[in-house]
Structure formats: C-alpha cells, structure tokens
Design a protein around this ligand. Sequence first.
Ligand code: ATR
Length: 285
Amino acid sequence: MKITGRTKVVGIFGDPVEHSISPYIHNASFEALGLDYVYVPFRVKKERLPQCVEAIRALNMAGVNVTIPHKESIIELLDELDNEAAEIGAVNTVVNTRGRLKGYNTDCQGYLNSLTEETGFDPTGKTIIVVGAGGAGRAVVYGLVKRKPERLIIANRTIERARSLAEEVAERYGSVELVATTLKIEQYLPACHLLVNTTSVGMQGAKGGLVVPIEGLPEDAIVSDIVYKPLDTPLIKEAERLGLRVHRGLGMLVHQAALSFELWTGKKPSIEGMKFTAVQSMEAL
Ligand code: ATR
C-alpha cells in the first residue's frame, strides 16, 4: 500500500478493535480499485469519544465505522442522521462532508442485501422469527419490516426487551403483525419462512449451543445467523443437519462494509473480493 500526501483516511472507532477484520476488508478493496484511501483501527475509550469525533473534522478524515460500545452514544455528537439510523437508534458509519458529519446504519440494508443475494428470499407477506432484541436485532428487524412481512415474531431471552421493540415497530409499521415472545418458540416454528439469530450465542468464545430449537421448522424454511465467527455456527450446522437452507453471517458483514465503502468513496467494491479477504483474515487472526 502506498500512502501519499493525498491519501484519504477512514477507520474504525471501537473498544476493543484488535480483532476487527474491517481493516483487512477495506484496505484490500481500496487497493483492488486503485483508490487512494487507508483504513485504520482506533481503540477509542468511551470517555474519549467526543474528542475523537471532533478529530474526524479536525484531521479531515473521510469518515469512520463505529462499533461497540459507541454505536448509540455517537448519535448526539453528529450533525445529521440518515432516516434509517435514526429509526434504529444506532450508527455504524459516519461520513464527513467538509466538516459536517452524517451518521448512517449500513447493518440494516447490509443484512437485506446479503439475504437477497444469497437466498433470493422476499420477506413480503412472509412469517419471520427474529431471535434477539439488542442493537443487531433492531437493525435486522427494521430492515425486514420495510419489506412488509405478514408476521414478525421477536423472540428474546428478556421478554420485556422483545415487547418494547415489537411495540415500537408496530406503531411505525401498522400493516405488519408483531409478536413478542421468550425463546420458547416451538409454537411459531411450523408457519415460519425465515428464522434469524441476531444474538451473540454461537459466536466463538461466547456461550455455545443453539439459541433456540429449530426442529419444528418446515422443510422450505431458511435459517439465517448473523454470527460470522465461526462461519458454520451451531445453528447453521443444525439447520444443515435438518436439510434446511442456510444464510451465514459473513454476507452481512461484507455487505455492510460494502455500503460504508460506497458512502465514503462513491465506488462499489467487489463483494466476492471482500468475502475472500474476510475469510482469509479470519483464518490469520
Ligand atoms: P448487539 O448490539 O450485539 O445486539 P446487545 O444489544 O447487548 O448486543 O444484545 C445482545 C442480544 O443477545 C440480546 O438480545 C440478548 O438477550 P437479552 O436482551 O435477554 O440480554 C442476547 N443474548 C446474549 N447472550 C445470550 C444468551 N446466552 N442467551 C440468549 N440470548 C442472549
């Protein structure tokens, strides 16, 4: 990589960031497209976030990605919010236009793009179960409701969180039937077309096992897991054992990155190239 006097700087604000694979994905894509950009990881402590956001302006950075624990707290420090980011209440991408900072959430559209690309699934009129009601769950739920499913079931370990998300979404999207439940979802499985895990269960290093039982799903159902490390999570393995179609988390990771890349550079990166780099860097880390 060649850094020049004109090189534009983007990066990621998070804590921790040591294991992020975003620097690999973006830098490989800048190089592949011959773009004079560099993507740098910044470990940003919670209390330093305001200074770091000001530094985006002061250093004339092109933008940043934002990850745990700053996705929500960064909002009040920005000048403008994209509608989707405002709805979800979380920002994962910031674009700097002459000192004016606008926040976006590319997780939402990234999930949908990946689902469509890999499975061709159209949520319209379908019954969908989303497991988890945290930040990632909110992005996936808001992505899916825009496509007007008939019924959206939000299942969460802590039912109050599922309830408040379901109520909030029902207020905004009146045509979709919203249901909130605990992780005991057996009764909802037979009519389900798509089941998505948005919790961290199954992630390498986290508590293993299956977040929910899926034996009752119909044979044409799709099982989607946004966890990408390991590529084949316990949920994906169980779905394959049952002969169901699967959608792995790597796709969302890459598609959200591709959308951020496009917001900063105006250019579309190669999805296949990004996937290749993501898998390679995960093996190396
Ligand atoms: P993120 O931004 O990654 O979604 P989060 O906002 O902390 O992180 O949300 C984590 C989600 O994973 C929540 O839905 C959480 O359930 P609770 O709301 O009950 O905490 C879920 N989760 C995490 N660990 C879990 C576990 N061991 N079993 C079931 N759900 C779990």
